[in-house]
Design a protein around this ligand. Structure first.
Ligand SMILES: [Fe+2]
Length: 314
């Protein structure tokens, strides 16, 4: 079956105390562990595995790596062959390299982002359990986000130099990891330049997305909420906590999700993403947005560019 879903993201933070106040107190992630190097591990209440976010102390914000979970351990061997055959070198790192995970396949996407695949991570379950569960647990903090939903990575795009890491990543994810493109933005002459893609392995419109920019980086990491009222409440909680919001509650044209964009204290952009969007299936056609409608695709209500949205990222 290959890749199942996004498993975790490793974010760099400048001030761990401030970061934990944000990720625990405002987003509502649950702290589960800390290692000798000061990395802190957190999970959403609606996730089975031990953690989905690693916060690492650092001098510069951004993302160290993103990891996806595959169905079976043998998938790692099969995918290693495909990734190597594609022309990307890999390393199979031993169990425990990723804390509480089995062996993992490590490589870099064509854009340069560090990427892991693993098949096993410690199971801790949900507080509501698996027998006659309540719909949600008591004691949730802040917005009470359910799970890590997706990451959007910025990739170098310079058509004049013939550089398009969005297209390179997309082709690699399709051919080596069997992801599919739910939506794409095509710009330039004859709409010939693939400037952004939203890709899936699950049944939601994206598990990972790539957008072109001047340099590689992390645009945002998104956490799931059920529905629009939860988004409104999350915005209230952010306002109470004086969180810097980039974009207040709004609908995306692309993916149809309900969104808020905001920043953690280190400057990493976060998103709370709600709603199913729509159900993706392997036989769906790719949806295309053209350059003239790009901003309607991103912010459906205003249809306008938001100041720092494309320029500021870690
Ligand atoms: Fe997003």
């Amino acid at each position: 079956m290959g890749v199942m879903r996004i498993g975790h993201i490793n974010l760099r933070v400048l001030d761990m105390e401030a970061a934990l106040k944000h990720y625990e107190g405002v987003l509502g992630l649950i702290r589960v562990d800390e290692d000798a190097d000061g990395n802190v591990y957190l999970k959403g209440w609606d996730e089975w595995d031990k953690y989905s976010v690693i916060l690492s102390p650092a001098d510069q914000a951004g993302m160290n790596h993103v990891a996806f979970k595959v169905r079976r351990d043998t998938d790692l061997d099969a995918l290693r062959e495909k990734v190597e055959a594609y022309g990307i070198s890999t390393e199979m790192v031993p169990p425990g390299t990723l804390r509480d995970c089995g062996r993992a396949l490590k490589f870099n996407l064509p854009s340069g982002h560090e990427f892991y695949l693993y098949a096993q991570k410690a199971f801790v379950g949900k507080a509501v359990g698996v027998t006659n569960p309540e719909p949600w647990p008591d004691g949730l903090k802040g917005a009470g986000v359910h799970w890590l939903d997706h990451a959007l990575l910025m990739c170098e795009l310079d058509p004049e130099k013939g550089v398009n890491k969005v297209a390179e990543n997309t082709k690699f994810m399709e051919e080596a990891l069997d992801f599919r493109v739910a939506e794409q933005v095509m710009v330039g002459p004859d709409h010939s330049i693939q400037a952004a893609t939203w890709m899936f392995r699950t049944s939601t419109p994206h598990d990972i997305a790539f957008v072109g920019g001047p340099k590689m980086g992390l645009h945002h990491v998104a956490f799931f909420l059920d529905e629009w009222n939860d988004v409104l409440k999350a915005a209230d909680i952010m306002a109470k906590n004086k969180i810097k919001m980039d974009v207040t509650p709004q609908r995306h044209g692309i993916t149809r999700g309900y969104t808020i964009y905001f920043f953690d204290p280190s400057g990493n952009r976060n998103e709370t993403f709600a709603g199913l969007g729509y159900l993706t299936q392997p036989d769906m056609p790719t949806i295309t947005w053209t350059e003239e409608n790009l901003w309607r695709g991103i912010f459906y209500h205003t249809g306008e560019e938001a100041g720092e949205f494309t320029d500021v990222y870690t």
